[in-house]
Design a protein around this ligand. Structure first.
Ligand code: FES
Length: 136
């Protein structure tokens, strides 16, 4: 019976970057259509780089672990590099997820894109050509 990898368990038990950023430059909130769970992500942007990122979720353990890993992978990266991060890469970095939990990893990717969209909107830039369409 496939359970969670050690990395998933470790990020679930000790999630990185949990919380809120009061003066965030972008905030994204998305829901998972499959289960109804929600995820909120906050980013700080300096010189085109994501200098800080935090998240809060009403999601399952897999959502917590993937968000924790995703925030670790985008922190300090340029926005364009962060946008290249896929949920597949996050799942690989966690040594996999059970198939039935793969949809949970989409929440982190979508929340990050939504936060970046919000950042562009606040700066008077249409995010859609850069970030693509976000399902909220
Ligand atoms: Fe909802 Fe995992 S079951 S995010």
């Amino acid at each position: 019976m496939m359970l969670y990898s050690d990395k998933v368990m470790e990020h679930f038990a000790n999630p990185r970057n949990v919380g809120e950023i009061e003066d965030a430059d972008g905030i994204g909130e998305v829901g998972n259509a499959k289960c109804g769970d929600i995820m909120k992500m906050y980013i700080k942007v300096n010189d085109g780089c994501i200098s800080d990122v935090k998240f809060r979720t009403f999601g399952c353990g897999a959502a917590v672990a993937t968000s924790s890993m995703a925030t670790e992978m985008i922190k300090g990266k340029s926005i364009s590099d962060a946008l290249k991060l896929t949920n597949k890469a996050v799942v690989e970095a966690l040594d996999g997820l059970p198939d039935s939990k793969l949809h949970c990893s989409v929440l982190a990717e979508q929340a990050m894109k939504s936060a970046i969209s919000d950042y562009y909107k606040r700066n008077g830039v249409d995010p859609e050509p850069i970030v693509g369409k976000i399902e909220e």
